[in-house]
Ligand binder design. Structure first.
Ligand SMILES: [Ca+2]
Ligand SMILES: [Ca+2]
Length: 250
């Protein structure tokens, strides 16, 4: 379905949505969230892995998608904060996707077709958010939320932020052994030491300090410019299956 204002997907068990802005290049004036999945709105799918299922969730007053106390939702293949071409700016006022006390949600997936473009969000300033994806935990668990293959760039704050409620602006940090708990168990992030390319190959060096004797899958992303925070965002995944051209190419 098409809609032109804020939408709530209450508790429908399987909702595939198509939220579109009128022209594809301009906001229509929704002052709040684009989509809210809240209070046991579980196992919904927003978008999909084909272009025809894509939503453009842009130009909303606050966050594009809120997932509050809901689990098992899949957010795939959408343009979140861009114009209909996936590259022009039409950011949401707050964070792109904000999970609060929700577990087992998937943003993107294992294939390029599952990736969302999440960009230009945070126009209303940090007090409204501005992360690409934020996962928060307060009184309930927010664990096992998958974030993969998305093109995340030009958001006002970090690309991905895990934080305990009340610590919204806390800087990301790694703890030795990663025994801490919180949203996505406050998974430690890899620390990159360098990257170089030669002869069609890319060499990346770095470390990951986390749970001993556990297996980890690392995805590597690139951005055209460094973020001043030293952490930043990830626009492309060029060395998984070729240049990702879904956001205009790099
Ligand atoms: Ca940690
Ligand atoms: Ca941890």
């Amino acid at each position: 379905m098409d809609w032109t204002s804020a939408a709530a997907l209450a508790t429908s068990s399987k909702a595939t949505t198509s939220a579109r802005i009128a022209s594809g290049t301009a906001a229509i004036g929704n002052v709040r969230s684009g989509i809210m999945l809240e209070y046991a709105a579980n196992t919904n799918t927003v978008g999909g892995t084909s272009a025809g299922l894509r939503n453009i969730i842009s130009g909303n007053g606050t966050q594009a998608i809120g997932i509050w106390q809901s689990s098992g939702n899949i957010i795939q293949g959408n343009f979140i904060g861009t114009q209909h071409n996936g590259s022009g700016s039409l950011g949401n006022g707050g964070t792109g996707i904000h999970i609060y006390n929700g577990s087992g949600n998937s943003i993107g997936g294992a294939t390029a077709a599952a990736a969302n473009v999440i960009a230009f969000n945070g126009a209303r300033g940090p007090s409204y958010g501005g992360y690409g994806v934020a996962i928060a935990e307060e009184s309930g668990a927010s664990v096992g939320n998958l974030i993969r293959r998305n093109s995340i760039f030009s958001n006002g704050l970090l690309g991905i932020h895990l934080f305990n409620w009340g610590c919204f602006f806390c800087a990301p940090y790694n703890d030795p052994g990663d025994a801490d708990s919180g949203p996505n168990n406050l998974q430690n992030f890899p620390v990159l030491a360098g990257a170089s390319s030669s002869g069609g190959s890319i060499a990346i060096t770095g470390t990951l300090n986390s749970t001993p004797n556990a297996a980890f899958t690392l995805d590597f992303y690139a951005s055209p410019a460094l973020d001043e925070s030293g952490f930043g965002q990830g626009k492309n995944v060029p060395w998984l299956d070729g240049p990702d051209d879904r956001c205009g190419g790099q």
